[in-house]
Every structure is written in structure tokens, then in C-alpha cells.
Design a binder for this molecule. Structure first.
Ligand code: ADP
Ligand code: ASP
Ligand code: MG
Length: 431
């Protein structure tokens, strides 16, 4: 795929298309929850897609559930099935939101005279493994969608859902429609994947928290991967990983305004990198402390092995020195949404190991400062700790990599910490 062509191509005229002077291109357009939040917005989206079709592009559309619907479905699952509800049935329920918007968008397009058809996850099929609730895509069969596009139809696909090897419905984790869109774009060898959302691009930090956040014209896959994995939910992490792997140019832009967004593309030598390119926060964190853990080989392996078996990812880990050489405290963080499951798994292990207590704290947030330029700059962490200390914000855990520093702090300081750090690293927009 020629990466540059997607944006440098002149707009096609209907006459040129009719004369077949220019090849038709395939694009994937994904619309998030706020963009399809009600019938009026769905009609607005249909209008946008229709214009794209009239401009000569063959469009596969991926849609999210209407804003708030997935949360409502999750609440119903928890209400009826309890906090550790069966994940296969959880998926059957929560995937329903996207099915509704896919059907409605196909109807809205038909009313505009655009031939359109929906294709559900199992119909493509979009194959995944069987890790219900956070399934990974194994293969997308886009032959049917490609044929539909070639017939001049718009294919409307519900994001977020797939099918496992036994034919059961799966979902791809929260925010997973982004990943569906990029996977379909890769399978269709699409020219680009447009992600339409409720902000007009990717910013140095969440523009809803810092009004002086700066919009980026472009960002590399690598930097975006880091931003996303550390909490910038504007793109689901796995969608960025897939885009990078299959070299799919992604554009994030507003579904409400007609203006250029942010391009997510491969690095090129002319791109300048700031030392710090962005700041993220993740509220979906819980801190677990095991008090009085025996200090001997094999204990950590037992604890984290049990969590891994239950598909619970652990992030930061802090083990304090044991004052008496016999027992210590072990603190780690995991996704807040995994906490109930983690407790279930850990209770018997904690009893078997004779730990004194298991203390869980959901009132924490992880703040991260990110930048590939950090590799060659010292003092970034020092400034972060200083700035937080000056504001009286206590750090509960720290983790670092070559290109990021993350700290765990009490949730009530989220906004203060982000705003202060954004200014301290010189990221605030002028004016
Ligand atoms: P959608 O429903 O369209 O998928 P999301 O809510 O998942 O939208 O993602 C868009 C939101 O991501 C924005 O409303 C914004 O608050 C948030 N966000 C967090 N970090 C960033 C960032 N660095 N740049 C832009 N938006 C961000
Ligand atoms: N509807 C799902 C969610 O809210 C998937 C998505 O919107 O990307 O997480
Ligand atoms: Mg999203």
C-alpha cells in the first residue's frame, strides 16, 4: 500500500469516475458511540458516508454502540449475573449494542438511496480466540465485504464483536470497535482507516481535561501505541498495534466538523520528536496489597501465576523489603474491571500462603509521561517527582520504560497532576 497516496490524491469528480479514469479506492470509516448516539446523529453519519460514496470511494463502515449503551448492557450483566458473571454470556449481551447501530445505519443509508447491508461479526466472519470479554482477532475474512463493495454497496459492520472457533460470539474489550475497523481495513487492503469521534484529533493530553492541550498533525504508530496503552482512550491500543503491523494509515477526526484530524503513521526521518510527546491517565486501575506475604522463592510465581491463568493482567508491582527477613508486603495494580475476578482467584491462594490480609483500593489513577525523545534526555523523571511533590501529591507506585514514566496517585488529584505536568513539560498551547 502506498502510504502517501491516501492524502495527496486529488478529489475525484463524478465525471472522472464515470470515465473510469481513476481507480475506485476502498476505505474504512469507523464512527464511535457519540457519533451514533441517536437517530439524528445516525442520519448525519449516513449523510457523510453517502458523500464519500458519491466522491467515488467504496466504503465499509464500522460502528460502535450508541453512547452509554454498552455501559448499560454491562450493568445489566452484573445485575443479573453477578460480578464474576460467565464471560461468554456477557459477550452475547454486550455485543448487542453494535448490532443495533449497524442495522439502523444500513436503514438510514438505504433511505438516502445508497445500497447498504449490515454484516455481523459471525457473518464475515471476524474470527477471534475464545478469551471472552477481551478476545483477540485471529483472522478476518473480508471476501464477502469486498464483493459487496465491488457491487457498489456500503457494508456496515458492527465493531467490537467477533466469533470464536466454536462459533460463539466474542467481544474485543472496551473500545474494541477501533480494532475491528483497523482489522477490516487491513483485510480489505484499504487505502486508509478513518476513525470519526467526538474530538477533532489526537492531542498532547485529553483535551477534555486540559483545555490548552495541543492538537498533533501527525503522530507515529510507536508513540500512539504508548499513549493508548497508558490510557489515552481515543484509540484502543490493539487497533494501533494492528495498524502498525499491517501499515494501515489511520486518521482520527471529528464526526461533527469538517476539518483535518491527526494522522497516525510510520516514523520518518523528517519528523521531529519532542522529549515529552504526551501525558495520559488511566482511571481503570485498582491497587491490591497482600499483607504479610512469606518472603521465600516461589511465592510471587504462585500469586501471579494464578492471576495469569484467570486472564488478569498485572501492571505495576512493588515489593517492600521484609523487615524481619520472613514476611513482606506485595502491592500490584490491575484493571479495576478485573478486581472482582482477581479477588476470587486470590482468596484461596492467600489462605494457602498464610498471608495476613488482602487490601484492595480502587481510588487510584495512573498518570504517565511519554516521549520517544526521552531515550536521549535525562531528568524527565526527576521533574515529574518534583512537580508532584510541590503540589503535595503522594506517589504510591512507579514504573518506567525507555520512553515513559508512570506513577500511581490518589484519584482525586488526577486533573491537578495532569494540568501541572502538561505545563511543566512545556506542552501547553499558546494563548
Ligand atoms: P468513541 O466513542 O468515538 O470511540 P472515545 O470516548 O473512545 O470515543 O475516545 C474519544 C475520547 O478520548 C475523547 O472524547 C477524549 O476525551 C479522550 N482522549 C483521551 N486522551 C486523548 C488525547 N490524547 N487526544 C484526544 N482525545 C483523548
Ligand atoms: N461499544 C464498545 C464500548 O463502549 C466498543 C466501542 O465503542 O469501541 O467499549
Ligand atoms: Mg473509543
Amino acid at each position: 500500500m502506498d502510504k502517501n497516496r491516501a492524502w495527496s490524491m486529488p478529489p475525484r469528480t463524478a465525471a472522472a469516475i464515470a470515465r473510469e479514469e481513476l481507480p475506485l479506492t476502498r476505505v474504512v470509516q469507523k464512527f464511535g458511540g457519540t457519533s451514533v448516539a441517536d437517530p439524528d446523529r445516525l442520519r448525519h453519519v449516513a449523510g457523510r458516508v453517502a458523500r464519500q460514496v458519491a466522491a467515488g470511494e467504496r466504503v465499509a463502515v464500522v460502528v460502535s454502540a450508541m453512547a452509554g449503551h454498552t455501559n448499560q448492557l454491562v450493568r445489566w450483566v452484573e445485575d443479573v449475573g453477578g460480578p464474576t458473571a460467565d464471560l461468554a454470556e456477557h459477550d452475547v449481551v454486550v455485543a448487542a449494542g453494535e448490532q443495533i447501530t449497524a442495522g439502523l445505519l444500513a436503514l438510514a443509508l438505504q433511505r438516502l438511496g445508497v445500497p447498504a447491508r449490515s454484516y455481523l461479526g459471525w457473518q464475515l466472519p471476524l474470527n477471534t480466540d475464545d478469551a471472552h470479554g477481551k478476545a483477540r482477532i485471529t483472522e478476518v475474512d473480508a471476501a464477502g465485504v469486498r464483493a459487496a463493495l465491488d457491487r457498489g454497496e456500503v457494508a456496515v459492520l458492527p465493531g467490537f464483536q467477533g466469533v470464536d472457533p466454536t462459533g460463539r460470539l466474542t467481544t474485543l474489550g472496551r473500545g474494541g470497535s477501533d480494532t475491528s475497523a483497523v482489522a477490516v481495513a487491513a483485510a480489505l487492503d484499504a487505502e486508509r482507516c478513518d476513525i470519526f469521534t467526538d474530538v477533532d484529533g489526537i492531542y498532547t493530553t485529553d483535551p477534555r481535561i486540559v483545555s490548552r492541550a495541543k492538537k498533533l498533525e501527525r503522530i507515529t504508530y510507536e508513540e500512539m501505541l504508548e499513549l493508548a496503552s497508558l490510557g489515552a482512550k481515543v484509540l484502543q491500543t490493539r487497533s494501533v498495534a494492528l495498524a502498525m503491523q499491517y501499515d494501515v494509515p489511520v486518521q482520527v477526526l471529528s464526526s461533527f466538523e469538517d476539518k483535518p484530524g491527526t494522522l497516525v503513521i510510520a516514523d520518518d526521518p523528517t519528523m521531529e520528536h519532542q522529549t515529552v510527546s504526551g501525558i495520559t491517565y488511566s482511571r481503570d486501575e485498582a491497587k491490591v496489597t497482600l499483607v504479610g506475604v512469606e518472603d521465600r522463592p516461589g511465592v510471587a510465581a504462585r500469586i501471579f501465576g494464578a492471576l495469569a491463568e484467570a486472564n488478569v493482567n498485572v501492571d505495576m508491582i512493588v515489593q517492600s523489603v521484609s523487615p524481619d527477613g520472613r514476611s513482606t508486603d506485595l502491592t500490584f495494580t490491575l484493571a479495576a474491571s478485573d478486581l472482582a475476578r482477581a479477588r476470587d482467584v486470590l482468596d484461596p491462594v492467600v489462605r494457602a500462603l498464610g498471608c495476613r490480609d488482602l487490601v484492595a483500593d480502587g481510588g487510584v489513577v495512573k498518570i504517565s509521561v511519554i516521549g520517544v525523545g526521552m531515550r536521549s534526555h535525562a531528568g524527565i523523571a526527576h521533574r515529574m517527582f518534583n512537580v508532584l511533590a510541590e503540589r503535595g501529591i503522594n506517589i504510591q507506585a512507579i514504573s518506567t520504560s525507555e520512553i515513559k514514566i508512570s506513577v500511581l496517585i490518589p484519584a482525586e488529584y488526577t486533573e491537578l497532576a495532569i494540568r501541572t505536568l502538561h505545563a511543566a513539560y512545556g506542552l501547553d498551547a499558546d494563548g
